[in-house]
Design a protein around this ligand. Structure first.
Ligand SMILES: NC(=O)N[C@@H](CC(=O)O)C(=O)O
Ligand SMILES: [Zn+2]
Ligand SMILES: [Zn+2]
Length: 353
């Protein structure tokens, strides 16, 4: 089923889940995101993590310097900052973040769940009650990496178990808390977000819409397809695609683009994270086109996110053309190299320059 559409112009999109890193890598990656997106929710899992409004302000300044160095005017890309929730995040820190006007979410990393999560939360409903109460009161969204870390739980089941053990009790205790279930990967997650009462939403990556877990092992172990939460079975991919193309306001775009140096991905213990900022909208257009739903891309990429976060829709537009585009195999970045997801492969969509 292929749509006859050959060109598509949508309201300029936003990326509601992005890793920009820091230092020299930040300088290299920020231009890729700014080329396609007007705003992005910037993940706080740096080393050390961004745990306070002061640290977020300093990081935001470094992002603006990187934009300036890349020749991108500050008005054309807005970093929406987040804080990293810890066992010690106080209600006062939440209030300060909210009053800053530039912090738009607080991120839950269960300790040990993913890249740079060592400082994360050990017991959400035991240690973070004051912070969660304050977040609910001021309307600050909680962004969650929704996987349990219990070593007895199979890697592929960690999202489903997170719903039962954390999400449901959390929502019962804080029914008015805004929650974004980040990088949703399962049909269990889709069902939960679709049916839950209250202000719940989810981001979905391009890679989870395009690939199932076979991609990790096609012809051998392929580390560039390894991310967390890990790719799942085909039926989960199908459920994500149905949700993303449903037009439902609870589902919106979040690339989870997460650059790692090539040498740390192609490694005996390779890092989790896929780099998709370079070709994000091309990947999403390919996924939506695969089910004849290009007409639903604008809601997912440009309208649903701002509505949930209470922000205005962007002014500009982005045009995609049906045009063969070969993804580069490698990108030189600072002192290292980053391999974009599906490097060397071709897509049928290209963002117009
Ligand atoms: N998604 C990933 O596999 N990695 C992310 C962390 C995260 O979003 O969990 C990273 O920071 O590298
Ligand atoms: Zn995550
Ligand atoms: Zn992420």
């Amino acid at each position: 089923m292929q749509s006859p559409i050959n060109t598509l112009t949508i309201t300029r999109p936003d990326d509601w889940h992005l890793h920009l890193r820091d230092g020299a890598v930040l300088d290299s990656v920020v231009a890729d995101s700014a080329r396609q997106f007007a705003r992005a929710i910037i993940m706080p899992n740096l080393r050390p993590p961004v745990t306070t409004t002061e640290l977020a302000l300093a990081y935001r300044d470094r992002i603006f310097s990187a934009l300036d160095q890349a020749g991108i005017p500050a008005v054309s890309f807005t970093p929406l900052m987040t804080l990293y929730l810890t066992d010690n995040t106080s209600a006062d820190q939440v209030v300060r973040a909210s009053e800053s006007g530039f912090v738009h979410g607080i991120k839950l990393y269960p300790a040990g769940a993913t890249t740079n999560s060592d400082a994360g939360v050990t017991n959400l409903l035991g240690k973070c009650v004051a912070a969660l109460e304050a977040m609910q009161a001021v309307g600050m969204p909680l962004l969650v990496h929704g996987e349990v870390t219990d070593p007895d739980v199979d890697l592929f089941d960690r999202e489903a178990v997170f719903i039962d053990r954390i999400m449901i009790p959390l929502r019962r205790a804080f029914p008015a808390l805004k929650v974004v279930f980040e990088h949703l990967t399962t049909c269990d997650g889709v069902d939960y977000v679709r049916d839950a009462d209250g202000p719940v939403a989810a981001t979905i990556t391009a890679h989870h819409l395009l690939y199932n877990r076979n991609a990790l092992f096609q012809g051998g172990v392929r580390p560039h397809w390894y991310c967390l939460p890990v790719l799942k079975r085909e039926r989960h991919r199908q459920a994500l695609l149905t949700a993303a193309t449903s037009g439902m306001g609870r589902f919106f775009l979040g690339t989870d683009s997460a650059p790692h140096p090539k040498g740390l991905k192609e490694n005996a213990c390779g890092c989790a994270g896929c780099y998709t900022a370079l070709h994000a909208m091309e990947l999403y257009a390919t996924a939506f086109d695969s089910v004849g739903s290009l007409d639903k891309l604008e809601a997912f990429a440009s309208l649903n996110g701002p509505a949930f976060y209470g922000l205005p829709v962007n002014q500009g537009t982005l045009t995609l053309n049906r045009e063969a585009y070969r993804i580069p195999t490698e990108l030189p970045m600072a002192e290292s190299t980053v391999v974009p997801l599906a490097g060397g492969e071709s897509l049928a969509w290209k963002v117009a320059q």
